[in-house]
Write a protein that binds this ligand. Structure first.
Ligand code: GDP
Ligand code: MG
Length: 332
């Protein structure tokens, strides 16, 4: 019999772009100095940008990426092995798992629960994030997509409250408080700022050890073959023009590439204004200084067709043309 204490293991789930990585980073900022945290990220793209960001911003944290590509399906099969790798390399006080936004959280929880004993981990109350800005009673009642996330939540977080008005936030809280079985906590926040206490909720009161009430079985979760990930890495020496990058990103965010929509895009670039982290999420472009500066890299998901590396590079580095800029500004 081993008497090694079980390692608390958390899952932070939710749709693509809702703020999962932001929440994990926020936790690490406050806690990574006094405990050894292992983070397992299943990012959407083949490059593993979230894990790179996490590693750059929280260097003492052990970060492991489970490569995406085939997204949910791959991750489920590889999850126990990845956790084993993470915990065997060094002793950890805690493990946090960020499943891809495309994975059904209940399935991830089921896989973890089956492997709990074997991996010497103890599954903690699940944290599931949704966007307060997306809240609407009718939609949340109607769509299996939202049921899937809400049912798997022990702690339900409405993030992006900065993008929702007060009455919407109140209605979201009200709606969530009537869920059955009741949630351990319903939290509203912005930018993934969560109280660290949510990672220390007592297990006794958690529903984590009861079987989840599955109203949707595995067949409900089908791989969406119209969604295509892509990515590239480039030598650190190559320097991009920040303005060119930004304008091109705006174009592909608002207009797509040919008939394809860019659902999500993330990258880190060496520019004439230093290293910048760029992003398309929720139909918005953002750019901010980056801690990562080893190489330029980017990944994306498009729908309904795939965009290859060469084409994407050409799109983001395309020389600017005044008329195009004027049209772009007008179309906003
Ligand atoms: N306005 C706003 N942006 C947010 C919020 N939370 C996260 N973001 C931004 O949304 C983007 C996606 O967040 P991320 O944490 O990577 O989402 P993930 O895909 O769930 O891991 C990033 O650019 C974040 O900075 C929020 O509450 N409000
Ligand atoms: Mg993420």
């Amino acid at each position: 019999m081993t008497t090694t204490p079980k390692i608390p293991c958390h899952i932070v789930a939710g749709p693509l772009g809702v703020g999962k990585t932001s929440a994990i980073l926020d936790y690490l900022r406050d806690n990574a100095t006094n405990q050894r945290v292992g983070v397992l990220v299943n990012d959407f793209g083949p490059i593993g940008l979230d894990s790179t960001t996490l590693q750059a911003e929280a260097p003492t944290t052990k970060v492991l990426n489970v490569p995406g590509g085939c997204i949910c399906c791959t991750m489920l099969a590889e999850l126990p092995g990845s956790i084993r790798r993470l915990v065997s390399e060094q002793s950890l006080d805690r493990v946090i798992i960020e499943p891809s936004g495309m994975a059904a959280p209940a399935q991830v929880i089921d896989v973890l629960r089956q492997a709990e004993q074997d991996l010497n981990i103890s599954l903690q109350p699940s944290i599931v994030m949704l966007s307060a800005a997306d809240f609407d009673e009718e939609t949340f009642e109607r769509m299996a997509y939202y049921h899937m996330f809400c049912e798997a939540a022990d702690v339900l977080v409405f993030n992006r409250c900065d993008q929702a008005d007060d009455s919407k936030i109140k209605r979201a809280q009200q709606w969530a408080s009537q869920l059955d079985p009741p949630k351990m906590r319903v939290v509203t926040t912005s930018h993934g700022r969560l109280s660290s206490e949510l990672f220390d909720l007592p297990l006794e009161t958690s529903r984590a050890h009861e079987p989840l009430v599955h109203t949707h079985d595995h067949h409900d979760h089908q791989h969406d073959s119209t969604i295509h990930p892509g990515g590239f890495t480039l030598d650190a020496e190559r320097c991009f023009d920040e303005e060119v990058l930004l304008v091109n990103l705006m174009r592909i965010c608002y207009q797509g590439i040919e008939q394809n929509q860019v659902l999500r895009l993330k990258g880190v670039f060496h520019t004439n204004d230093g290293w910048q982290s760029i992003e398309i999420a929720n139909h918005e472009v953002s750019l901010r200084p980056s801690a990562h500066r080893r190489d330029s890299r980017m990944e994306w998901i498009t729908q309904p067709g795939a965009i290859d590396q060469a084409r994407m590079l050409e799109e983001i580095d395309r020389p600017l043309n005044r008329q195009e800029i004027a049209e772009l500004l007008e179309s906003r």
